[in-house]
Design a protein around this ligand. Structure first.
Ligand code: HSE
Length: 431
C-alpha cells in the first residue's frame, strides 16, 4: 500500500466535499487502488472555520508553506480564480508535486504555462473536476478513447443553466426563481453570470478541445452566447415542433479549421442530450473508431466534484497519466471563421398581420441564400402575430445578414430571436 499526503487549498463547498468523501470512502479507495490518501494540511484563510469542521489535520492560512512542504505529495487547489491560484499551482509543480484542480477558468484562460510545467516526474496535473463534475470525461478522452481521432464533442457542460432550462421547460418556472434554486443547491459559480452567460461552459469546451484535438485553444476564440435571452415562449414553440432547447458546448474539426462554440441550441426531443435534465451534464464524444460515446452524470455540486478530484489523485499517485503533460499540443488551433459555420436556424419574430409580410420576409431569406424548411404563424397574439421559421442548413454569415435586414422592416415589433438547430448525433451534420 502506498500512502499519499495531500493538502487541500480552499475549504469551500468542493474542498469540504473532498474532505467528507475521504472520511467516508477512504477504505474502499485503498482497497481498489492500493493507495491510502491522507489529508495532511488544509489551507484556508478562515482557519477557525476549518478547525470547527475537521480533526487531526494541520490547518494554515499560508499557501506558500503548503505548496513547498516536502511532506506533501499532491496539492489540491480549490480556491478558483486566477491569482493566487496560478502561483499556487506553479509553485507546487515547480516543487515537484502533483497538482489536482477544478479551476477551469485559470486553465482555459492562462493554462499554457501550467501545462508546460506539468509532465515531468511527479509534477503532474489533473483537472478532471474542472469539466463535467463527476463525469470522467477527461479520463475517457485521455485513456479510454486514446485510439480514436476525435471528430467532435457536443455536450451539456453547465449544470446551473441545464437546471434552469429544465425548470422553465417542465414547470414554467421563471428564470430568476430557477436560478435562485440552483444557487441554493450549490451548483452555480460565485458569480452566476459565468453560468448564465455561457463563460463556464466556454472554459470547459476549450479544455476538452485541447485534449481532443491536441491544439492550443484560446478561450477568447470560443464563440459564446448564454441563455439570458431564452424565454418560455421559445421553449414552448420549440416543443411544439418536437425540439428541446439546451445550452451546448460544441467543438468539431472541419475542413476550415476547428469550430468551437457555446450557445443555446435546439435539438430534437429524441436526441440523447435532450433527455439530460436538471444539473446533469452530458458529454458526447464522437471518435472515428467508436462513433458517439455519451457520458452523463451530475455536472455540479460538491460530491460529484469530489469524486472527480479523487480520480485524479489516484491517477497521479499510481502513474496513471504516464509521463505526458496534462495537455499535449503541437501548435495553436486554426479556428473556422464564424460566418462560415453551417447550421439550421429557428427564427421567431412578432409582426403585424397583413398581406405580403410573409412574402417580404421569405424574400429576404432567399436573397441571403437561406432556404425555409417550415413556417408557422400563431393566431394567438392579440396585437402582433408570432411568425416562426425553421430553415435548412445555411452559412451563419447569411443568417446574420438576413436578420439585420428583417429587423429593418417597420412591421417587425420587438426582438428577432435566432436559435441554432443541431439535428445530428455528429455535431454539424452527417448521420
Ligand atoms: N457552476 C458549474 C455548473 C459547476 O453549474 O455546472 C462547476 O463547474
Amino acid at each position: 500500500m502506498k500512502k499519499i499526503n495531500i493538502a487541500i487549498i480552499g475549504f469551500g463547498t468542493v474542498g469540504s466535499g473532498l474532505h467528507a468523501l475521504i472520511e467516508k470512502n477512504s477504505a474502499v479507495i485503498t482497497k481498489r487502488s492500493g493507495i491510502e490518501i491522507a489529508i495532511k494540511t488544509i489551507c484556508d484563510i478562515r482557519v477557525e472555520h476549518v478547525k470547527k469542521h475537521t480533526t487531526g489535520i494541520g490547518i494554515t492560512g499560508d499557501w506558500e508553506e503548503v505548496a513547498r512542504d516536502p511532506d506533501i505529495d499532491i496539492v489540491v487547489e480549490l480556491i478558483g480564480g486566477i491569482e493566487p491560484a496560478k502561483s499556487i499551482i506553479r509553485t507546487a509543480l515547480q516543487s515537484g508535486k502533483g497538482v489536482v484542480t477544478a479551476n477551469k477558468k485559470l486553465l482555459a484562460e492562462e493554462g499554457a504555462d501550467i501545462f508546460k510545467l506539468s509532465g515531468s516526474g511527479a509534477a503532474r496535473l489533473g483537472f478532471e473536476a474542472s469539466v463535467g463534475g463527476g463525469i470522467p470525461c477527461i479520463l475517457a478522452l485521455r485513456h479510454g478513447l486514446v485510439g480514436n481521432r476525435i471528430k467532435s464533442i457536443m455536450g451539456i457542460l453547465n449544470g446551473t443553466t441545464n437546471y434552469i432550462l429544465t425548470k422553465m421547460q417542465e414547470g414554467g418556472i421563471p428564470f430568476p426563481a430557477a436560478l435562485a434554486d440552483a444557487q441554493a443547491k450549490g451548483f452555480a459559480e460565485a458569480d452566476a453570470s459565468f453560468d448564465i452567460e455561457g463563460y463556464d461552459a466556454g472554459h470547459k469546451i476549450a479544455l476538452l478541445s485541447m485534449i481532443a484535438f491536441n491544439k492550443t485553444v484560446s478561450y477568447s476564440d470560443v464563440t459564446i452566447e448564454g441563455i439570458s435571452n431564452i424565454n418560455t415562449r421559445d421553449i414552448s414553440y420549440a416543443r411544439d415542433m418536437g425540439y428541446v432547447i439546451k445550452l451546448l458546448g460544441i467543438a468539431k474539426e472541419t475542413d476550415g479549421g476547428i469550430d468551437i462554440r457555446v450557445h443555446p441550441t435546439m435539438i430534437p426531443e429524441g436526441h440523447p442530450l435532450a433527455s439530460v435534465r436538471h444539473e446533469y451534464n452530458s458529454v458526447m464524444i464522437d471518435g472515428d473508431m467508436t462513433d458517439p460515446v455519451i457520458l452523463t452524470g451530475k455536472g455540479a455540486g460538491a460530491r460529484p466534484a469530489a469524486s472527480a478530484l479523487i480520480s485524479d489523485i489516484v491517477q497521479l499517485s499510481s502513474g496513471g497519466f504516464g509521463s505526458a503533460s496534462a495537455v499535449v499540443t503541437d501548435g495553436r488551433a486554426r479556428h473556422v471563421r464564424p460566418g462560415k459555420r453551417i447550421s439550421r436556424y429557428y427564427i421567431r419574430m412578432q409582426t403585424d398581420d397583413r398581406p405580403g409580410i410573409l412574402a417580404q420576409i421569405a424574400g429576404v431569406l432567399a436573397q441571403h441564400d437561406i432556404s425555409i424548411s417550415s413556417v408557422i404563424q400563431k393566431e394567438i397574439h392579440p396585437e402582433y402575430v408570432p411568425l416562426i421559421f425553421m430553415t435548412h442548413e445555411a452559412e451563419e454569415s447569411g443568417m446574420l445578414g438576413a436578420l439585420r435586414d428583417i429587423k429593418k422592416f417597420d412591421f417587425i415589433h420587438g426582438e428577432v430571436m435566432m436559435i441554432r438547430v443541431e439535428d445530428s448525433l455528429h455535431a454539424g451534420g452527417e448521420e
